[in-house]
Design a protein around this ligand. Structure first.
Ligand SMILES: [Fe+2]
Length: 331
């Protein structure tokens, strides 16, 4: 069932902005994200690494804390100023969701809560401002990642997650449904005016499937694949390069040394005018996930990063896309 878009949700979320992870070896993480992906290292302590894209003026879009286990701790979103934290607290309470204001280094007012599908979220009003590096062309590495764009979560109840975020002002741009129905298998939701900030797909959840950085063009993706190969990280390429039918993204997915998945992509389209309906895809449509080329592997579909202390729930929807293994007739 399609959600109802709440255009006056009582708070202003402006964009998906960052993720917070744990990793087992910060030296390995720094090498991977700086040299193989091409991010800027903003700061590093013994226990924490902060990174950002080349055009980002906010302190971090990726935070990695040292730990014995690799997990995703939070997905982060920006709200439109400090007073929005108060409005967010009230809007969440009206939906029956408890929240708590917390102190986080390099961030202004920050609100923590857990969404109904078990995803741990933080709303951030402000961050320390740092220098954009988008014209430091002599420093560019690998994919030249410019800015954080979105994340994709695996959830057992896509309908419930979609309804909740639609109540908070997110708008459905595209969706995948069980063939011939509007039973949601996946929803692509946006607040910033392109195809998505937040994606939910059907599966064992809650888990973080990936987050994504925008890169300048197709040649940056190919260059990143070459750089990964020449630095000995060729097997970290998880999928692509390829073209999604859904969202029109040209993509390359990589796995970091802890198994977390990052997407590099270009060419999402603008989605602002309110009368334009969402695009619908049957889950079995062969061009849904790849406009050309072969389907993604079972590894891409079924492996994802877990949240600490969140029990995984089995998916409510039984339909599923074709995997590479099924396409090749392996089983
Ligand atoms: Fe993505």
């Amino acid at each position: 069932m399609l959600p109802t878009w709440n255009r006056e949700p009582g708070l202003r979320v402006t964009r998906a902005s960052h993720v917070v992870l744990t990793g087992r070896d910060l030296d390995a993480s720094e090498h991977f994200y700086r040299d193989v992906v091409g991010l800027v290292v903003t700061d590093r302590t013994e226990d924490t690494l902060w990174l950002r894209g080349l055009e980002e003026a906010s302190h971090h879009s990726l935070t990695i804390h040292r730990s014995d286990t690799a997990r995703v701790l939070r997905i982060g979103m920006r709200v439109d100023g400090p007073e929005e934290i108060d409005r967010a607290t009230a809007a969440l309470a009206a939906l029956g969701v408890e929240s708590a204001e917390v102190e986080v280094p390099h961030q202004g007012r920050t609100l923590h809560f857990t969404d109904p599908s078990g995803v741990d979220v933080e709303f951030v009003a402000e961050m320390d401002v740092v220098e954009r590096r988008m014209q430091a062309f002599h420093e560019f590495r690998s994919a030249f990642p410019q800015r954080f764009d979105h994340y994709q979560l695996v959830t057992h109840d896509v309908q419930k997650a979609t309804d909740f975020w639609s109540d908070l002002g997110f708008r459905l741009a595209e969706y995948t449904a069980t063939d011939g129905t509007d039973e949601l298998w996946g929803s692509w939701l946006e607040v910033k005016g392109n195809t998505h900030d937040l994606v939910f797909t059907n599966g064992r959840g809650p888990r973080l499937h990936h987050w994504a950085y925008t890169v300048p063009d197709a040649s940056a993706l190919i260059h990143a694949a070459d750089v990964a190969g020449s630095l000995g990280f060729g097997d970290c390429i998880d999928r692509g390069p390829g073209r999604h039918g859904l969202s029109n993204a040209l993509f390359l997915y990589m796995r970091d040394p802890d198994g977390h998945r990052v997407e590099l992509f270009t060419t999402h389209y603008q989605y602002i005018d309110p009368e334009v309906p969402p695009i619908r895809w049957d889950v079995s449509h062969p061009q849904r996930a790849q406009l050309w080329g072969m389907p993604a592997s079972e590894r891409w579909f079924f492996e994802a990063s877990e949240f600490p202390d969140r029990a995984l729930c089995e998916p409510l929807v039984s339909s599923s896309p074709q995997t590479l293994e099924a396409y090749l007739g392996l089983h």
